[in-house]
Design a protein around this ligand. Structure first.
Ligand code: SF4
Ligand code: SF4
Length: 178
């Protein structure tokens, strides 16, 4: 962080190269609240369900950036992950948070490779849903276990959720939910 960069600026920059709270890794949907303009958000490309919520991965996400940032819904404006909060408070350097984001990306890439090997290549659903669909479709082997447990998918997903709980989720009534 250069001397003239404030912690708040550093936190905002962090989001520009992240997108974990929009791409179906941290959350599966975002609910609108009073004051959000469903018609205007639909016109901007959000695929609203019952005019009340939309699913992730978000259709407004391009790469790791929100294409409707200035007009994003209330809950999108309100959410700050733990890494964002720590950087904004000056408690950790942005590089530390960026490293954790990269670490999650690596974990997700590993899980996606295992999902692809299981035939699940549709990335338009949240990660947890894709994982649940694959696990539900796999018959257990004769020893009573699940074949994908042995290929590492369950362990990889457990480790990812542990990382997200420890470093990204917040306990203050997070405005988006899985
Ligand atoms: S997960 Fe955190 S750092 Fe990443 S875009 Fe969301 S708020 Fe920003
Ligand atoms: S509208 Fe923007 S901030 Fe909200 S989930 Fe979609 S990409 Fe993320």
């Amino acid at each position: 962080m250069s001397p003239e960069t404030t912690p708040a600026d550093a936190a905002a920059s962090l989001c520009l190269d992240c997108g974990l709270c929009c791409n179906g890794v941290l959350f599966d949907q975002v609910r609108l609240v009073a004051g959000d303009n469903a018609k205007a958000l639909s016109a901007r490309g959000l695929k609203l369900k019952q005019r009340r919520f939309f699913n992730q991965p978000c259709t407004a996400l391009c790469g790791s950036q929100c294409t409707i940032y200035g007009d994003r819904p209330t809950r999108c404006r309100q959410f700050e992950c733990r890494q964002y909060q720590l950087v904004a408070a000056g408690e950790i350097p942005a590089q530390t948070a960026a490293g954790r984001i990269d670490g999650v990306r690596c974990q997700v890439a590993g899980i996606e490779a295992l999902l692809a090997a299981a035939g699940a290549t549709n990335r338009r659903k949240p990660l947890v849903q894709r994982y649940a669909t694959v696990m539900a479709a796999v018959p257990g082997p004769p020893d009573g276990g699940n074949a994908l447990n042995y290929s590492g998918l369950t362990g990889a997903m457990d480790r990812l959720q542990s990382t997200l709980r420890e470093h990204f989720r917040v306990e203050d009534g997070s405005p988006r939910s899985v």
